[in-house]
Design a binder for this molecule. Structure first.
Ligand code: ADP
Ligand code: MG
Length: 494
């Protein structure tokens, strides 16, 4: 029997939501928790939702369907500029009036789209969180009749999320300015700590929000892990895994150096493969991604690879070096076997690899003194930095290790906090203000380091664990009632 929902409680006949699903999205039925989430949103104004669902499970539909059932507009906040256009194009091709506003859109178009949303001509508007800072935008958006606020990639709200966006932390203020509309927050992964942060930052109480956990067990994925005592053993193991698991695969490396060495070895063995990492020019990266999407290939990649990779038939995912956290690991293995057919995810652990991560943690948390030095240097030498480029800046802030990415982290965070705008490649990097306390506070810096170390320890413990691997991941994300999967190396006692 169907669940009863307030507005449309006609048993055994199609609900409004089902009609919308068929009419606009041409899917025969809802999947997983989609239907109960949608029904909750449609059953009254105070029924906020926090949705935890793996990537590819269909989170978007949870707000897109209600948006077409509710009288007012739906505002979607997402930090992912690169995916906004695709989402909107796909909605438009289904006859849904949608648009996006972000930094890539001209001023005239921004104004026009906003006006159309306010007047009700556009039903779904996607925006980036940096819009909250624009007084003109805030003035206009207040005029809109907003039935639903959807916060995608909601883990970015939390300082402890994997991809914190300072602008996102203003979301509670923003929501209040809109009159506290019905809200749905969505993410693929958030630890209980991050879940709490999301609810708090939205300005909600825990009991106003229902959290929907969608089990992250995937019956077709087999999780295995093994300790490697040295590099030779590791290489031999990866070669065997490649041979035994033909088809598309991804081998993740923590370091570009080890990735390149392994690529040379595969070349010598005439094993066809692609490589993908952050140091490759953007065009080459795009080409690699396109080939991988079309063909059955093996790609050697760093964690830079994967955003927006929705390929159904990935049969093998190997972590040649342990990732930095369960969040990253889970996100990366989630790309395997989306077609439902068997896929293997193999984690290789070598204790020596932990030193790489200790460096990564240091470089992802630049010291307050580093920020100050960089800020001062930029203040005095911005003309030169824009004229001579990043290498010049790098040379001025010398580090012993050429892989040290402290500068990238610091520039990125200074931009997110509004201290910098523009970019070095475009030769228009500009200082907009002073450093915020968030970047210069020693205690906060130390806390950041401790936090990242705890995450690393989480994945090491996951490796060492002798109980079900899927249940271990679910427990980490606070999912209730984990049961053994029955098909990982620990369940099978391999
Ligand atoms: P997520 O945001 O959770 O990563 P998306 O919302 O992008 O996932 O959806 C992933 C894919 O699943 C899309 O191609 C979408 O069309 C498809 N999908 C979503 N819901 C359903 C459904 N009920 N039936 C069939 N396909 C669906
Ligand atoms: Mg999504």
């Amino acid at each position: 029997m169907r669940t009863i929902h307030a507005n449309f409680c006609l048993m055994n006949s199609e609900t409004e939501a089902e009609k919308v699903l068929k009419k606009y999205f041409s899917h025969p039925s809802f999947r997983g928790n989609q239907e109960i989430i949608i029904n909750r949103l449609l059953s009254g104004s105070g029924n906020h939702c926090l949705v935890l669902m793996p990537t590819g499970a269909g989170k978007s539909l949870c707000y897109q369907v209600p948006s077409l059932c509710l009288p007012g507009g739906t505002l979607v906040i997402s930090p992912l500029i690169s995916l906004m256009k695709d989402q909107v194009d796909s909605l438009k091709s289904r006859g849904i009036k949608a648009a996006f506003i972000n930094s890539t859109v001209s001023r005239e178009k921004k104004e026009k789209r906003l006006e159309q949303f306010v007047s009700g001509k556009i039903k779904i508007l996607y925006i980036t969180p940096e819009r909250f800072k624009k007084p003109d935008f805030m003035r206009s958006i207040r005029q809109a009749d907003i039935s639903l606020l959807a916060v995608d990639e909601a883990h970015c709200i939390s300082v402890w999320g994997s991809d914190f966006r300072p602008d996102y932390s203003r979301i509670g203020e923003f929501r209040e300015a809109l009159g506290n509309p019905l809200t749905i927050a969505l993410t693929a992964s958030a630890t209980p700590e991050v879940q709490k942060d999301i609810v708090r930052c939205l300005g909600l109480e825990q009991d106003e929000v229902k959290i929907f956990h969608q089990g992250i067990k995937r019956p077709n994925l087999r999780l295995e892990a093994e300790e490697m005592l040295d590099e030779d053993a590791k290489i031999a193991k990866i070669l065997t895994l490649i041979e035994e698991n033909p088809g598309s695969g991804i081998i993740y490396f923590a370091l570009i150096r080890t990735l390149e060495n392994f690529s040379e070895l595969l070349d010598r063995k005439k094993i066809s493969h692609l490589t993908y990492h952050g140091k490759l020019p953007q065009r080459e990266r795009r080409d690699v991604q396109n080939i991988f999407m079309k063909e059955q290939e093996l790609v050697l990649a760093t964690n830079a690879f994967g955003m927006g990779i929705d390929k159904a038939d990935i049969r093998l995912i190997v972590h040649a070096e342990i990732p930095g956290s369960i969040e990253s690991y889970y996100q990366e293995i989630g790309r395997a076997g989306r077609d439902g057919k068997p896929a293997l995810c193999f984690l290789l652990y070598n204790q020596d690899d932990l030193t790489i991560h200790m460096d990564f943690i240091k470089w992802s948390n630049p010291e307050p003194s580093y920020y100050e030095k960089l800020h001062q240097f930029l203040q005095k030498n911005m003309d030169k930095v824009n004229a001579f480029g990043r290498d010049y800046l790098n040379d001025q802030l010398v580090y012993k290790n050429r892989f040290d990415f402290r500068l990238e982290t610091a520039l990125g965070l200074m931009e997110r906090y509004g201290v910098l705008s523009g970019s070095i490649p475009q030769k228009n990097l500009t200082i907009m203000g002073e450093l915020p306390p968030e970047l210069t506070d020693q205690e906060r810096h130390d806390e950041g380091i401790m936090h990242d170390r705890k995450k690393l320890l989480g994945i090491v413990n996951y490796f060492r664990s002798e109980s079900c691997r899927f249940a271990g991941i679910e427990e980490y994300f606070g999912f209730p009632g984990e049961e053994d999967c029955g098909h990982c190396d620990n369940c099978l006692d391999l």
